[in-house]
Design a protein around this ligand. Sequence first.
Ligand SMILES: Cc1ncc(COP(=O)(O)O)c(C=O)c1O
Length: 456
Amino acid sequence: MNQEECKMKKSLTRRDFISTASIVGAGLTIGLPTIACSSDGHLAKPAILGGPKAFTGNWPDWPIIDQVDEKELLDVLKSAKWCRLGGNTASRFEDEFKKLTAAKHALGVSSGTNALYVMLGALGVGPGDEVIIPPYTFVATYNVVVLNYALPIFVDTDLESFQIDANKIESAITNSTKIIMPVHLGGTPADLDKILEVAGKHKIPVIEDACQAHFAEWKGKCVGNWGLAGGFSFQASKNLNSGEGGAILTNDEMFSKKCYTFHNQGQGGSAAAFTTGSGTRGSNMRITEFQAGILLSQMTRVVTQANKRIENADYLTRLLKDIPGIMPAKLYKGVTKSAYHLYMFRYDKTRFEGLDRFKFLDALQKEGIPCSNGYGKMNKDAYVTDLAKNPYYLKIYGEKTMSEWLERNQCPENDKLTDQAVWFFQTMLLGSKTDMEQIAEAIRKIQKNAIEISKT
Ligand SMILES: Cc1ncc(COP(=O)(O)O)c(C=O)c1O
């Protein structure tokens, strides 16, 4: 916006300007940027330089609580049946989750980590096996592999989508590859067509880490339905939330029985479930009736919330795409719905006068916009690389294999991504259109004043 245009808006108060922002926002399609002007006709100063905050509203609270939640919880409380082995709330939740995802089998478990752990256990993963995972993920994806004394093999990230680079999976496959475990990062499906093609060619099961991707769809079908099975998390930050909790979806009846048995101390489900595979192993990873109750009530509003996130994320993408140096994560063609657990984009500091990403994040936060730099370089983190010194791993695999493992785990594209990524959170996408416009406005302000901000 030039000085002349700013003068035209001079008589508007900041609040007036914000309230007309949707018109200005719509104007974006004809090339009008949404940049706030202060009453003296100059571009508004960024908050970090003492100007007014771009964000004037309140971000939605999370979790959202209403009376249905109370009723479901109290019903469980009063029933005196708090364990799934005595009650029916967990199975009611599973039925509802199946209905919403069109999967044949659903199993509630105690967490997303345990959803993954149970699936790996049911597949009999153990020492000597390799499991392919992306480096750009929450550490749980890695932990469940290592808990089984298997080798996590990192396949580099596709910089544009933030997802595992499906084109690089085949070259990571060896005779020891037991599972391919892509993550639908940020709630957006990874490239399932390519992943399933290579997995099918090598007859390796795909376990989807869909912990962030509730009700996300690939070609019109919910994630968790595409591989052998998928795992979901209901931890407090998630789009479907019971504080802690998780679930497994699968369309394979025998596999669903194996999962049930594994998660129930190796008992029940089907005696036949462990006649092949992992032998007799198991633990207690059952969901509680309380968790299932709160999930049932959350599910009454989950579709409306999911649609709202998509609407806002699409709008935000339209706004941000016009800002040089801001590159929203690409969605593959097969993505018909993202869960938008995260709104992710790359920040190119060269288009912001070299303004450091952490300074950019700081300036954004001072505008009232919560944000994060996202994951670090997990494959290079000492928590991971120390595995090469782990005495049990040295005993199982030997020194040579473990030092080769360190060599194999190079992920140069992921290194780039972790230096550029910026995240917003799912709760922000439950806000208003004006909120999205104010995010874009904040970024434009920072860009315009990048040199000054660099000096702070
Ligand atoms: C990608 C991914 N995998 C696994 C998990 C583990 O889920 P939970 O925290 O419920 O154990 C999470 C949770 O944040 C996750 O984001």
